[in-house]
Design a protein around this ligand. Structure first.
Ligand code: PMP
Length: 405
């Protein structure tokens, strides 16, 4: 694959031609959601124009086309993650629903009173709240892996938390608030050493680095389509087949049953068992197109380009007087969270928006980790492969202008 040509790539994303407040849009809110290449937009339109039908249950041509497209998307996701089989891929609405599915189904069957669930201090609320709810229901305990001052997990402290009561470890691969890339391989191996099951939150990882769930040996791996250049409303639970097949359904209805009488219901195996009702068929197909797109660019190309861009942004921001970067781990991707002395994060966000630059300022649904660093909110520029050094220069210039005042 040739290295990434950012000017060519930018033409694939029509929204990058938008103007905001009279200025060209600069999209640095990729950790919240990513933009869609024309290929994904076209695929959605093609589905509705030529294939639209409900899937699986009708024996007519369009049902066959829709079912083929949907199952082809499942195969693409399986290949993208390095899963052993498409049967290990369950379509859900997003990472949040994915984690809730595992908590409600696997958690209900496998967590009891006195059991322990380990999460990290870096987690998004989506990887905290469902476990808290489960723990409250079951009388289980939540333990938290602390981080060092750079925002990296403290593996020695993690080792001390692991024990015979550890049932589940739920850890993010990339922090949405700080950009830390965590040592998930070690996290998984250590958890398996005590017989615990592991869920890896890949919401911020899949768009930035190559993932191989089998090499990782994760039991569950989850992500959202909209953060990897696909549609909203579609996401994925990867689960090892043997684990998924042992899990009870979490929602009941059509599609997920083998046979229903008023006395009892027999369920399908995975993945159908976990896909009750009519899902986001078109959006799954759109996610398949997004995966084709990033694979054609190449995850290694994307990672190399973004690494250089993040270094460039970090270098530029770090030189601004009164600016404090939050999250300075050695191994980071795509996020440069900061606070600026004399300004609230939303004031910085407003000043950037006036120049057409979109960043998130707030708590990023990760309050515990921000409080670990003594702040309630940060300004969070987050990068993707379609961002450029010139865009970083614009960002740095606005923040530098504020710092001077
Ligand atoms: N985990 C992480 C690390 C995230 O960044 C996000 C989204 N910000 C989620 C989970 C939840 O994803 P979604 O809102 O798409 O369900």
């Amino acid at each position: 694959q040739p290295p990434l040509d950012v000017n060519r790539v930018r033409h694939d994303f029509p929204i990058l031609q938008e103007r905001v407040n009279g200025k060209p849009l600069v999209w640095f809110d990729n950790a919240a959601t990513t933009h869609k290449p024309q290929a994904v937009i076209d695929r959605l339109a093609w589905f509705y124009a030529h294939e639209n039908s409900n899937i699986h249950r009708a024996a007519h041509e369009l049902a066959a086309r829709a079912t083929d497209a949907y199952e082809a998307a499942r195969q693409k996701v399986a290949r993208f993650l390095g899963a052993a089989s498409p049967d290990e891929i369950v379509f859900v609405r997003g990472a949040t629903e994915a984690i809730n599915l595992v908590a409600k189904s696997w958690g209900a069957a496998n967590i009891g009173a006195g059991d322990e669930i380990i999460v990290s201090h870096l987690e998004h609320h989506a990887n905290i709240v469902p476990w808290q709810q489960l723990a409250a229901e079951k009388g289980a305990k939540i333990r938290v892996i602390p981080v060092d001052d750079s925002g990296q997990l403290l593996l020695d402290e993690y080792r001390k938390l692991l024990g015979p009561r550890t049932r589940l470890v739920a850890v993010t691969q990339v922090s949405n608030a700080l950009g830390t890339v965590t040592p998930v391989h070690e996290v998984v191996a250590l958890a398996h050493g005590v017989g615990a099951t592991v869920l890896v939150d890949g919401a911020q990882a899949v768009s930035h680095l190559r993932v191989d769930v089998r090499a990782l040996d994760a039991d569950f791996y989850v992500f959202s389509g909209h953060k990897v250049f696909g549609p909203t409303g579609i996401g994925v639970v990867y689960g090892k087949k043997a684990i998924l097949d042992g899990m009870p359904p979490w929602q009941g209805g059509g599609n997920m049953i083998a046979d229903v009488t008023f006395e009892r219901t027999l369920y399908h195996g995975a993945p159908a068992r976990f896909e009750a009702g009519t899902g986001n068929i078109a959006d799954a197909v759109g996610l398949g197109a997004a995966i084709d797109y990033v694979e054609q660019l190449g995850l290694d190309n994307i990672a190399a380009y973004e690494h250089a861009l993040l270094e460039y942004a970090t270098h530029g921001l770090r030189a601004i007087p009164g600016l404090r970067l939050i999250g300075t781990a050695q191994h980071k991707t795509s996020v440069a969270s900061f606070v600026l002395q004399g300004y609230k994060p939303e004031e910085v966000g407003d000043a950037l928006n006036r120049e057409g630059i979109a960043v998130r300022s707030g708590h990023h649904c990760a309050q515990p980790i921000l409080r670990r660093f003594g702040v309630e909110a940060t300004v969070r520029p987050s990068l993707a492969f379609y961002n450029t050094c010139e865009e970083v220069d614009k960002l740095v210039a606005v923040v530098r202008g504020l710092a001077r005042r």
